[in-house]
Design a protein around this ligand. Structure first.
Ligand code: PGA
Length: 220
């Protein structure tokens, strides 16, 4: 590995990450930059739909996102699991229950991410696949807003486990034990199929594929 990456002295890396990936991307970048201190990184954080637009317009080297749709002439490689879980305020009656049937969720109100969010798409797909109609409450454009609103008692939420480290540690939110959960998604490193990747980009992609999952497992 060291030999292959010898050429990485300096250079720029322009990446965009899905809003949810913002919860781990900076930690990974920190390790990468320790190894290659002369690399300059620009990090853009946005939702899935905007990422796909940016890729279509060749506005960055690479993206970190949930699975992109087929047919866009992209290369996408998965490097880490992304479990989506249901969160509740710690005093919610469902917190103490085990293997909650999906049907029980129909009595609850769910706060949802904005249209264009990958989390939102997966959640809708999952419940329609299982024939469950959820009541949705407020729509919010960030994971932070969803977590705050759930804590405040406005409803339940569905978020990636990666967004929850702090709240779980401080016992501010609870993850419900629901049948068929978590919804298992994956994180992908994505670039245009015809993109000529710089040495720095190649090194970063290799770093994600070889090491990200393990580094994040150690961190949690
Ligand atoms: P998002 O996450 O919900 O922040 O867009 C990306 C994804 O999970 O695809």
């Amino acid at each position: 590995v060291i030999n292959e990456l010898k050429g990485v002295k300096r250079g720029k890396l322009k990446i965009s990450v899905a809003s949810t990936a913002n919860y781990f991307a900076p930690q990974l970048l920190a390790t990468f930059i320790q190894r290659f201190p002369d690399v300059t990184v620009s990090l853009n954080v946005t939702n899935r739909e905007t990422l796909l637009n940016q890729l279509a317009h060749n506005e960055m080297d690479m993206a970190i996102m949930g699975q992109p749709p087929d047919g866009l002439d992209l290369v996408a490689e998965s490097f880490m699991d992304n479990p989506l879980v249901i969160i509740a305020p710690v005093n919610h009656p469902l917190v103490v229950e085990k293997s909650i049937p999906l049907e029980r969720l129909q009595n609850e109100t769910f706060l949802v991410r904005e249209q264009g969010s990958g989390t939102r798409i997966s959640m809708e797909r999952f419940f329609s696949l299982h024939g469950i109609r959820l009541t949705t409450g407020m729509e919010m454009s960030s994971n932070e807003a969803i977590k705050q609103a759930v804590q405040a008692g406005l409803g339940l939420g569905i978020v990636s486990i990666h967004t929850l480290a702090l709240e779980l540690e401080l016992n501010r939110l609870a993850v419900l034990d629901v049948e068929s959960f978590p919804i298992m998604r994956h994180w992908f490193v994505v670039h245009r199929a015809n993109k000529r990747l710089s040495v720095v980009s190649l090194a970063f992609k290799k770093f994600l594929l070889d090491e990200a999952a393990e580094l994040m497992a150690q961190a949690s």
